[in-house]
Design a protein around this ligand. Structure first.
Ligand code: ATP
Ligand code: MG
Length: 369
């Protein structure tokens, strides 16, 4: 393997047996995939749903389900002169988190709901870096600060459900970078977040990559994100690589018909078609796609109001202090048109609101609570 290559995937083949008693042949999810991740660079793995992106990344970390998956002979994942596919579970556990770490799409399902976030980050530090509890506690605060969590001391004592989605993802990132890994695998880390938070998280990842000089394998189906952050792009479809190269070159001059279709499918900013283009519109080059009819932009002003929210408020009980004093904070105060997840949870009665006026189709909904 070349000097500047951190990790090399060679002819990776992964099959799944769908049912123990089935006579059907195993399903081949990844069919001989090869690509390199250079040192200190971001490689984007893109492709439609089911193309084998997550299976490839789970294979790198040895996290495929042992009960029904099979990595076929001849597959190699080369890292530090070793084929990771031949390592024992103990060797893999030592490598995960320390050399290679991963963040997932859904932070809430990756964080343990019964431990505070500070405890969970500290555990990584104690396990891999051998820090004492006191050292780990101090480092947790530094890490939370580095990933942009406000008031790290208070937030480290919070449980995952007490944080917003963006904050939970920042906690996952803090855990992932805690041991200065050489490779961070980010599997669609921003798809569960709204666009502004998405941008902040992408900027954070780019800044951390630069600062820690780590490589990032960024899995996404969002080509706009690829253009922003990736040095190289690997395009997958049906378990195979369709194109692989420097992002600029692939975006300017895609050679593969599927990559060309993928790029043409990007929703136009300046138009509002009745129907968004799909890959198949561009794969069949014999018949060019019909010019899509346009929708009119904006509202006429005569649309009926279906939901109106005013004076919605909620305070969360956060800490019981000296002499039973309770401190509270307000995540939403007199929200009117904007809906946050806290606000929408209030509307659906989870949990009780402090004060609310919600009306729908003219009916006053306070009685719901
Ligand atoms: N545990 C499993 N058992 C059986 N089949 C699986 C398993 N995990 C993944 N697959 C199959 O492998 C194929 C690739 O899945 P994978 O999760 O890698 O897709 P993906 O490219 O990450 O898609 P997405 O963008 O939706 O996350 C899919 O057809 C999926 O059904
Ligand atoms: Mg996936």
């Amino acid at each position: 393997m070349e000097q500047n290559i951190l990790l090399g995937v060679r002819d990776l083949r992964v099959s799944f047996r769908l049912d123990k008693h089935s006579k059907l042949p195993p399903f081949e999810a990844v069919k001989g995939v090869s690509f390199d991740i250079p040192i200190n660079s971001t490689v984007a793995l893109v492709g439609e749903s089911g193309s084998g992106k997550s299976v490839t990344s789970l294979a790198i970390l040895g996290l495929l389900p042992p009960e029904n998956s099979l990595v076929l002979p001849g597959s190699q994942i080369l890292y530090g002169g070793r084929n990771l596919l031949t390592l024992s579970n103990t060797e893999l556990r030592a490598l995960r988190g320390k050399d290679i770490s991963m963040i997932f799409q859904e932070p809430m399902s990756s964080l343990n709901p019964v431990f505070t976030v500070g405890y969970q980050i500290a555990e990584v530090l104690r396990l891999h870096m051998g820090l004492s509890p006191r050292q780990a506690r101090a480092r947790v605060l530094e890490l939370l600060d580095e990933v942009g969590i406000p008031d790290p001391a208070a937030k480290s004592a919070a449980y995952p459900f007490q944080l917003s989605g963006g904050q939970q993802q920042r906690v996952m990132i803090a855990m992932a970078i805690a041991c200065n890994p050489k490779l961070l695998i980010a599997d669609e880390p921003t798809t569960a977040l709204d666009v502004t938070i998405q941008k902040q998280i992408l900027e954070l990842l780019a800044a951390l990559q630069d600062k820690h000089r780590m490589s990032v394998l960024f899995i996404t189906h969002d080509l706009a994100v690829v253009g922003e952050i990736a040095d190289q792009v690997v395009v997958m479809r049906n378990g195979e690589i369709r194109e692989n190269g420097a992002t600029d070159a692939v975006f300017r001059n895609p050679r593969d018909a599927y990559t060309q279709a993928l790029l043409k499918c990007r929703p136009p900013l300046e138009q509002r078609p009745q129907r968004l283009a799909v890959i198949e519109d561009f794969m069949n080059t014999a018949t060019p796609p019909p010019e899509p009819a346009q929708r009119t932009r904006g509202l006429s002003g005569n649309e009926p109001i279906i939901l109106e929210v005013s004076h919605l408020g909620k305070s969360f009980y956060s800490r019981e202090g000296l002499f039973g004093r309770v401190t509270t904070f307000l995540p939403c105060r007199s929200i009117s048109s904007r809906t946050t997840s806290a606000a929408s949870r209030l509307f659906f009665k989870i949990p009780m609101p402090r004060s609310t006026r919600v009306s729908r189709w003219g009916r006053f909904f306070r009685s719901l609570y």
